[in-house]
Write a protein that binds this ligand. Structure first.
Ligand code: F6P
Length: 546
């Protein structure tokens, strides 16, 4: 295991960046663009059909040089190599983070402890493909012999957000006669509304859980099984209506699912990095194995780019370094992602887990308290809706929020002038954020003096612009891998293990304790604070009085 003995904030490049920030931190994008007509051309990177324009960021060539130097001082290339070598880079859980192996071709040499993983990965893919085709073609029937028309993925976190996002994104490729839905929340309304109007004889459930111990998923899976069995009246029906995606064979068997109907993956696939594993089964059923493989190929193309491109031309590295610049040197706590694409509207939610569960940490890999900003709060919404909700704050709020815009030249929907309208709005927002409108410009338009401050836009608000011709499976694979690697690079710079998530454990433990008290009827036994005790008491009173 390599260590990072020197504190990040003591590194030469970090110190240089601090000094550089003090010199240029307030410079305006207007001036940079005015001085350098080549800027837009120079500050862009392309990976196949995906193109990034990062010229509207508050950086100059020196900033980029210093950020690159920081990446080098932090041993980024060695960490990238370690990831692709299947090393145990997830130190606290003592395992590799090897999601890149999920989309590598069959002849790939990627290996863990000298053992190539491609044969196993492709064996699972082949089983998934065979199953997906049978469901799509109506050959996998329900217990009564009826064709499956509804597929419900039951999972949460990485076992839900990735496939749900991708299913929405690739709906134009989906089988027209299959309805694929996602149930995650332990609020019973989620399952109830997904099941409303469905015929159990035509419904297939995919219980998707890496650990097969997640409370919400198991509660929903048990309720779904009851719903199914009470209609079909035969325990044997489980075999035709329930399949599992998991690493935990015993748990799957314990639930009553035939392990022959289980699609496995490995402990070296983190939940939030698992879309390209069997966790994508619901997506594969919807879009078919060929399209799914196109998505894998797109992700693989980005993996190869990430692994081999020089940092300055490396899309995930560039985006990561810009994020470090804002989170750690400007101390801006949030990052907004705005896809100008209805189909990508769940992408920000997927990124929230990917980024915040990976790098939302306060100690470094050596367990030392971190003394600089780390993961931003990631949020966002599809444009143009976002413009009518929170863009006021982005333009005129007191704290700048760096944004990623994502958009496409063509849409799968050929409706009126919509794509031109959508694109014009996307470009306009990035332009307005960067350049704003000065009080002089406002006054020159004859605006009453007292209104001038209200109508002035400070500008100098940075953004990335990601563009591609069309949202295809290949493109989605590239986008997913781009952000996965961006998050990893930021973790390397900040000295964080991006692949564990101990921060979710305490809440789970306490929920288990409180649940036992709520359900036992014996009253509140463990010592809670006064507020929690009162909350539980009031809940019990209200629950039992109706
Ligand atoms: O929220 C914690 C977490 O462990 C995530 O990392 C994971 O994606 C999610 O729960 C679901 O876990 P599982 O797939 O094991 O049900």
């Amino acid at each position: 295991m390599d260590t990072q003995p020197q504190r990040l904030t003591l590194r030469t490049a970090w110190r240089s960046l601090e000094a550089h920030h003090a010199r240029i931190g307030t410079r305006h994008l207007r001036d940079w663009f005015a001085e350098d007509p080549e800027r837009a051309e120079r500050m862009s990177v392309e990976v196949g059909p995906l193109w990034l324009d990062y010229s509207k960021n508050r950086v100059d060539d020196e900033t980029l040089r210093l950020l690159e130097a920081l990446a080098e001082e932090c041993g980024l290339q060695a960490r990238i190599d370690a990831m692709f070598a299947g090393a145990h880079i997830n130190e606290t859980e003592d395992r590799p983070a090897f999601h890149v192996a999920l989309r590598a071709p069959l002849d790939s040499r990627l290996a863990i402890d000298g053992k190539r993983v491609a044969p196993e990965v492709h064996a699972v893919l082949a089983r998934m493909s065979e199953f997906a085709v049978r469901v799509r073609d109506g050959l996998w029937t329900g217990h009564t012999g009826r064709r499956i028309r509804n597929v419900i993925n039951i999972g949460i976190g990485g076992s839900d957000l990735g496939p749900l996002m991708a299913h929405e994104a690739l709906r134009p490729y989906a089988h027209p006669e299959l309805r694929v839905a996602y149930v995650s929340n332990v609020d019973g309304r989620d399952l109830a509304s997904a099941l409303a109007g469905l015929d159990p004889a035509e419904t297939l459930f995919i219980v998707c859980s890496k650990t097969f111990t997640t409370q919400e998923t198991l509660a929903n899976a048990h309720a779904a099984r009851e719903w199914c069995l009470s209609a079909l009246g035969d325990r044997a029906a489980v075999a035709r209506h329930f399949v599992a995606v998991s690493t935990h064979r015993a748990g799957v068997e314990g639930f009553g699912i035939d392990p022959g109907n289980m699609f496995g993956f490995w402990d070296w696939v983190g939940g939030r990095f698992s879309l390209t594993s069997a966790v994508g089964l619901s997506l594969m059923i919807a879009i078919g194995p060929e399209r799914f493989r196109e998505m894998l190929a797109g992700a693989h193309a980005m993996d190869e780019h990430f692994r081999s491109a020089p940092f300055r031309n490396n899309m995930p590295v560039v985006m990561a370094l810009l994020g470090v610049w804002y989170a750690s040197f400007f101390d801006w706590p949030s990052h907004c992602v705005v896809p100008y694409s209805f189909d990508l509207r769940r992408f920000p939610a997927h990124l929230q887990q990917l980024d915040m569960e990976s790098n939302g940490k306060r100690v470094d890999r050596l367990g030392r308290i971190i003394d600089h900003g780390t993961a931003p709060i990631v949020w966002g919404e599809a444009g143009t809706n976002a413009q009518h909700a929170f863009f006021q704050l982005l333009h005129q709020g007191t704290r700048p929020v760096p944004c990623d815009f994502i958009g496409f030249a063509r849409s799968h929907a050929r409706v009126g002038r919509h794509q031109d309208l959508l694109t014009a709005n996307c470009f306009a927002q990035a332009e307005a954020l960067a350049f704003g409108r000065t009080s002089g410009e406002v006054a020159a338009e004859g605006i009453a003096e007292r209104q001038v401050p209200h109508r002035t836009f400070p500008g100098n608000r940075p953004s990335n612009m990601l563009r591609a011709p069309l949202l295809t499976p290949d493109l989605l694979g590239r986008l997913v891998a781009l952000y996965e690697h961006k998050v990893f690079v930021q973790g390397v710079i900040w000295g964080i293990n991006s692949f564990d998530q101990w921060g979710v454990e305490l809440g789970k433990l306490l929920a288990g304790r409180i649940l036992a008290e709520i359900e036992s009827g014996a009253g509140i036994e463990s010592a809670h604070d006064a507020s929690t005790t009162r909350l539980i008491g009031r809940y019990l009173d209200e629950r039992d009085s109706s």
